[in-house]
Design a protein. Sequence first.
Length: 119
Amino acid sequence: MEMTKLGPIESRFADIIWAEAPMTTAELVKRCEEALQWKRTTTYTVLKKLSDRGLFRNDGGVVTVRISREEYYAMQSQRFVEETFAGSLPAFLTAFTTRKKLTDGEIAQLQRLIDESRG
């Protein structure tokens, strides 16, 4: 399964499916015509592409989600940290907080995540 980054238009398309699935292909075509001004053929082409990449499934004219939005972005985030920071989350956070200081609320939220992962 090739899990590459979604382009801006693919992201908008995926968001439609993630928000509304399961849905029929007819419903998807209508939503893409309204939201993206796409023709039916464009919708089917992009659906096939993202289905081949493992994100969605078109089975008997019903589009379902194989990988949720949260799962997808978690995988992309992990991949980014692995490729850019040799898998080091502390190195990523150090780089991130060099330019953007965390608020007290963000620090508290991160502390809760750390405490939860300690189990």
